[in-house]
Design a protein around this ligand. Sequence first.
Ligand code: 5GP
Ligand code: MG
Ligand code: MG
Length: 175
Amino acid sequence: MKTLVTEQQIQDSITRLAQDIREREAGKPLTVIAIMTGAIVFLADLMRKLELPMRVGVVQTSSYRGGTTRGSLSINSDMMLDVKGRDVLLVDDIFDTGHTLKEVIAMIDELGPRSVRSAVLLLKKGRQEVEMRPDYVGFEIPDEFVVGYGLDYQDMYRNLPYLAALEESDLVAHK
Ligand code: 5GP
Ligand code: MG
Ligand code: MG
């Protein structure tokens, strides 16, 4: 595995993101919605650095499992908060093709929020298949499979405090 973004670089970036978000979103309490499971570590750091009044909820997306189906994606919103009339900040780990964020935004839009903006830690360059782009982006990274800081490979590595790119030799089954 090779380190792509260090712990310090991540923290510095989130401090900057939090400052940007605070300048633009200050006003009513925010409704922060994180996309499970990859966003948990980013959420934990970002929500504390934001220093804004907020409510926090989560949704889970998966390509095949149960829940509300939108496109090829299913969204479980059992643990989401009411968003009607609210200023929503969606939080995800990585913007790759963009379908996940686009579908979750479409689902939330139907519930009548006052505004919806999105923050991602990572954006993979050259991979996007949708028109939209997240409002707040921590890092643009090359097209590599990354793990750590919430992101997994076969449900492992989420606990690494830094981001690493998986290499050929890391591709083994974790039983
Ligand atoms: P998208 O719908 O934008 O293509 O994909 C977004 C989701 O795919 C992310 O929330 C993340 O769960 C997963 N994903 C995309 N790229 C990577 C990656 O490089 N590493 C890991 N661990 N997950 C990724
Ligand atoms: Mg995800
Ligand atoms: Mg995953």
